[in-house]
Ligand binder design. Structure first.
Ligand code: ATP
Ligand code: MG
Length: 648
């Protein structure tokens, strides 16, 4: 993109300000701005104090070594992530505290105390060792959302093996590609997992992937279903058989702070996934403190992050953040609408969930299904709500706040990436007033700026988001591809600043508004128009459940706006609805943002983590061959849309 300017006042944004209640404020972990003050006075010393919340076997030699674009945090310090998530809680007499309440989609239930998790992880760590896995080796994990997925990650961390979790909804091809890229030695999988009433045959899919993965020597298989799967002798081992003979204690490996904890491939919203590398000490510091600050986590909370462990959100805010804080959590295996559309609300009621963290795509689905579903359940245990993954439309924010939070619960809209490891921009629930649709401000110790093409900071206005100083949980590179790391994240301003890839605007109060991926931002008659804002204006209309907007080549205007719209059930698909919606956008943003076409559809292409893939919509609208579709959730959606687009 050559030009990238937003004149703030031109654009529609919400002006509502919502304050947390006095009660919430009085009891919250962060009540004043002293953390911000400390971080401002000495950023590195501030992060050292944060790192001090972890248990270290040996203190670090130097807090930060910054050789652009490579950072080292707390180097020379020795620690172990599984020790920090388990052993130290046992030592603090929390062994009997529930760590995980697990609910299978089919109604199965299990719960694990910290002592139970400790035993499982130690045994599994010993099994891995006996199968020849050593420090630095890669282990792939391809699992349903079952407790063993968490144990597998922590067991790797315990022995210093690098885990790479591949989301259980991915195909054999995607799994194979990731295993080969990481050169994983061992795979941990399951015979199946339940999703929307059907058994996903993970082991069978894994077998197809393993037809061409020479690095894999052994496979450990958890029995989640009936166990009727092919087991290749010499390669495949049942998890329960391995554990039966395993010793109950495995000394945690003393890892350097900079040793790699894991590799995780990004969601693939914008292109080919990148194998993001995370360190041990800096990463754990970031997720540990942000869990405490942002989710206001307390000893008696029941925390539920609905993300799968296959995404970074599951890594940071199911496994390492909450568990290093000794949280009690819920994990759920299946779909939100199985057997009915109230499943999530029933789970909240049943386990008395107090903190609930989910994604805008889910919130928009809840809106579409209607408030009668949450109304049937008692959600009185909730005290805080969170959102992550995409910009949340103000309308969806307000719906969430009202119908799930009953106006009582602050909503934290958390901006971060696989690359950032931990939350970077959000509101602190007991301190910062909320503006629906804005993620808020950078957390203490995080420097974020809006930069223009030349790398100059724009105090108020729109441009490219950049994180301008190194932070502990930042990525340490792209696995096996330092060039791509340097180009993707550091290429834009000749190595000076981190390029996040998101178009963002900062208002006069210092709040950040995410406008969409830089690649998706539209240029209409010389004006940059944000996909997120046009989508939010559409979702603001009561007929609309979801909208995806793209700029399509236009001879006169450069780009014309095409909107793909999903209506709420019961609304008519006709020319009149189209006109109403075009007019609605015009009223909300201005005539310049009026879509030239609206295409009504039942679905839009999404990644397997539920994010809208606008690049594919652009390919469809401009009649191109589709780009990389390996991370697409449902290929049928694109085929149907293509047909529809050509008909219209
Ligand atoms: P890829 O990098 O492969 O295209 P991806 O960017 O979707 O995939 P993730 O790391 O899972 O992979 O997602 C991070 C991105 O999600 C951010 O860069 C941003 O675009 C979006 N995002 C996450 N949280 C928010 C939020 N609260 N508000 C706005 N956007 C968000
Ligand atoms: Mg990305």
């Amino acid at each position: 993109m050559d030009e990238f300017k937003f004149e703030v006042d031109d654009l529609y944004h919400e002006t509502r300000i919502i304050h947390p209640s006095a009660l919430f404020q009085n009891l919250s972990n962060i009540k004043d701005d002293s953390l911000y003050q400390k971080a401002k006075a000495d950023r590195v010393a501030f992060w050292e104090e944060c790192a001090g919340k972890l248990d270290w076997f040996k203190p670090w030699d130097k807090a930060l070594v910054w050789q652009k674009p490579y950072a080292q945090w707390f180097a020379g310090g020795k620690l172990n992530a599984s020790y920090n998530c388990l052993d130290r809680h046992i030592k603090a007499n929390l062994g009997n505290k529930t760590a995980l309440f697990w609910e299978g989609e089919n109604g199965d239930e299990k719960s694990f105390t910290y002592a139970d998790c400790y035993l499982e992880v130690n045994k599994l760590a010993n099994c891995l060792k006996s199968l020849g896995v050593a420090k630095g080796d890669r282990v792939a994990i391809y699992m349903p959302m079952i407790p063993e997925a968490v144990f597998a990650m922590l067991a790797c961390a315990r022995i210093g093996a690098i885990h790479t979790v591949v989301f259980g909804g991915f195909s054999a091809e995607a799994l194979q590609e990731r295993i080969n890229d990481a050169q994983a030695k061992l795979l941990i999988t399951a015979d199946g997992g339940w999703r929307r009433g059907k058994l996903v045959p993970l082991k069978t899919i894994a077998d197809a992937a393993l037809a061409n993965t020479p690095s894999i020597h052994d496979v450990i298989v958890v029995q989640r279903a009936d166990g009727r799967v092919a087991m290749k002798s010499g390669r495949d081992h049942w998890y329960h058989d391995c554990l039966r003979h395993a010793k109950p204690y495995c000394a945690p490996e003393e890892m350097d702070s900079e040793d790699i904890l894991y590799i995780l491939y990004t969601s693939g919203t914008t292109g080919k996934p990148k194998g993001i590398v995370h360190s041990t000490g800096g990463y754990l510091t970031g997720v540990n403190v942000t869990t405490h600050w942002v989710f206001d986590l307390k000893a008696n909370d029941v925390f539920w992050c609905t993300a799968d462990v296959g995404w970074v959100t599951g890594h940071s805010y199911t496994v390492y953040g909450p568990m290093s804080n000794a949280a009690t959590q819920v994990i759920y295996e299946g779909a939100p609408d199985f057997p009915e559309r109230d499943r999530f609300w029933r789970i909240i009621e049943k386990y008395k969930v107090s903190i609930f963290y989910t994604a805008p795509t889910a919130i928009r689905a809840f809106m579409k299904w209607g408030e009668q579903w949450p109304k049937k359940c008692n959600l009185g245990s909730l005290r805080l709500l969170g959102s992550v993954g995409e910009p949340i439309n103000p309308e969806a924010w307000v719906w969430y706040h009202e119908n799930i939070g009953n106006y009582r619960c602050p909503v934290v809209d958390t901006w971060w990436q696989t690359e950032t490891g931990a939350i970077m921009i959000t509101t602190l629930p007991g301190l910062t007033p909320m503006k629906p649709g804005s993620a808020g401000k950078p957390l203490p110790g995080i420097d974020a700026e809006i930069l223009n093409e030349e790398g100059q900071a724009i105090p108020v206005g729109g441009g490219f988001l950049s994180l301008t100083s190194p932070w502990p949980s930042m990525l340490r590179g792209i696995w096996g591809d330092p060039k791509r790391y340097e180009q993707t994240y550091w290429g834009r301003w000749s190595g000076k600043y981190y390029f996040a890839g998101d178009g963002t605007k900062r208002d006069k109060d210092g709040y950040f508004w995410f406008l969409g991926r830089v690649d998706d931002i539209m240029l209409v008659a010389g004006h940059n128009i944000s996909t997120a804002e046009v989508e939010s204006a559409l979702v603001d209309n009561q007929m609309v459940a979801e909208a995806a907007v793209v700029g399509v080549k236009d001879e006169v205007k450069g780009q014309a706006i095409v909107a793909f719209v999903i209506l709420k059930e019961g609304n008519p698909i006709n020319a009149q609805s189209e006109e109403i919606l075009k007019e609605h956008v015009s009223q909300k943003i201005g005539a310049i943002a009026r879509p030239s076409r609206i295409i009504f559809t039942a679905d839009v292409p999404k990644t397997r983590s539920g994010k809208i893939m606008r690049r594919l919509l652009r390919d469809i609208a401009e009649g191109r061959v589709l780009g990389d579709i390996t991370t697409l959730a449902d290929p049928n959606v694109v085929a149907a849309l293509k047909e529809k687009y050509q008909e219209a």
